[in-house]
Design a protein around this ligand. Structure first.
Ligand code: FAD
Length: 415
């Protein structure tokens, strides 16, 4: 039987960032990943100021920040009326805090590089998770397909939206379809796209929203999101067919530039996916932690992508976990299962309201923006949402989850 202090399931952003946070406070974690390597599906990730604060705390922001263009503002154009609204991502007190869209692979690699070589175990399949009572607390017994059993003082499920840890160990409800879908892609212009580094968004009365943001001078991330009723059934899975559907069916009333960008897509990056989410009250009232087991990232708070917070929230989770483990480790220089359970309870308390708020804000933002052309929806969208609530919505992207504690007795981890 193998013994580990902390086992993390899933080497996505949440899993890797959590392993980095724990390493920074002197704790080794084993990351178990079912795929053969780091999964780069999705191509890009949007990191808002709160994501960069977390990246700073993890000590990795310097690796990416200069590679990607800062995007300081968004222009939201109502295609039907031609009215454009400017939204600034910067705050007077934090002028450097902006949106940057980064390559998913670059972020995963930047995190993975921080970890000792034997931290991530790829192609590892899980068969079961059990808990065993021990000295007033519990430990996790993780059974792998190859016959290995791993005993862990803490188990953190970071295996994404279909998390087994969330459903089976914590009893959280299975994420549900939000009734919306999103197409995403990365467009490349080898000679340069020549556009300003602004986030352009287009909303229409036709229950869809589209937009693009430059990553740098040659690449742009684009998206299209809509209600399930717009397509009636699932969209094709073949990227070429998705690209054609976007151009022929959905981009006709959008500016010609949007079509040109979609046409320049790297086909390998185009994805279509229905958007799943968990009800906010499931996180508020459900078990975000139970004994020595918890969840982070999409495993805890799957949400619609309407305010681009999925990955930023995953990074915040990692830092808050690092803070709780760091405080524990600073006191004793070893992990005691009972105290680990208490630390995870504190983590759950700190994260449940924030995560629930992000899910709700995201869902409602999308709901009002994809709401259609009825007079009441127009009123809600143009007056209540954009004029009265939008600045409040933007507050969530300026949240600072704080720094990791400086643990003087950090164990020397072998690289
Ligand atoms: C198709 C798709 C495209 C996306 N594109 C974008 C985008 O363009 N822009 C954007 O901002 N956001 C995008 N998102 C959302 C964003 O990727 C996630 O919200 C974010 O990555 C959360 O990270 P995570 O680590 O919690 O989960 P994930 O990124 O899903 O990582 C989970 C990891 O766990 C592994 N895993 C799963 N089950 C097990 C198991 N049983 N044992 C071991 N390992 C396991 C998986 O292989 C994976 O590596 C996309 C999501 C999807 C599904």
């Amino acid at each position: 039987m193998e013994e580990e202090d902390v086992v993390i399931l899933g080497a996505g952003i949440a899993g890797l960032a959590t392993a980095v946070a724990l390493k920074r406070v002197g704790i080794r974690a084993l990351v178990i990943e079912k795929s053969e390597g780091l999964r780069a599906t999705g191509a890009t990730l949007s990191l808002y100021p709160n994501g960069w604060f977390a990246m700073d705390a993890l000590g990795v922001s310097h690796k990416l920040i200069n590679l990607y263009s800062p995007c300081k503002r968004a222009y939201i154009t109502n295609v039907d009326t031609g009215a454009t609204r400017e939204v600034s991502f910067t705050r007077a007190d934090r002028s450097g805090a902006v949106l940057r869209v980064v390559h998913r692979k670059a972020l995963l690699e930047a995190l993975a590089e921080e970890l000792p070589k034997d931290t991530i175990r790829f192609s590892s399949k899980l068969t079961s998770i059990r808990t065993k009572a021990q000295k007033g607390s519990s430990i996790a017994l993780i059974q792998m397909e190859d016959g290995t059993t791993i005993r862990a003082k803490a188990l953190i499920g970071c295996e994404g939206v279909h998390s087994v840890v969330a459903a089976r160990c914590l009893g959280l409800t299975v994420p549900i379809n939000s009734g919306r879908w999103a197409v995403r892609g990365l467009a490349r212009f080898p000679q340069g796209h020549g556009l300003n580094h602004d986030f352009q968004q287009f909303v229409t009365a036709g229950a869809k929203r589209a937009g693009f943001v430059p990553l740098n001078d040659k690449e742009l991330y684009w998206f299209l999101t809509g209600k399930a009723t717009l397509i009636g059934k699932d969209m094709a899975r073949d990227p070429k067919v998705i690209q054609k559907e976007v151009i022929d069916k959905f981009a006709q009333d959008l500016p010609q530039l949007y079509t040109v960008i979609v046409q320049h897509s790297d086909l390998s990056t185009i994805t279509w996916a229905p958007m799943l989410h968990r009800f906010p009250w499931d996180i508020i009232f459900g078990n975000v932690s139970k004994g020595n087991i918890t969840v982070a990232g999409d495993a805890m708070h799957p949400m619609t992508p309407d305010i681009g917070q999925n990955e930023c929230a995953a990074l915040e989770d990692a830092v808050v976990l690092g803070q709780q483990f760091g405080e524990l480790f600073a006191q004793r220089s070893r992990l005691v299962p009972l105290e680990v359970a208490q630390a995870l309870t504190k983590y759950a308390q700190k994260r449940r309201w924030r995560a629930a708020g992000l899910i709700a804000t995201s869902y409602l933002s999308g709901w009002v923006q994809l709401g259609g052309s009825g007079w009441y929806m127009k009123f809600l969208r143009d007056v209540v949402f954009y004029r009265l609530l939008h600045n409040k919505v933007l507050d969530v992207i300026h949240y600072d989850c704080g720094k990791l504690p400086c643990v003087s007795s950090c164990r020397e981890l072998k690289n």
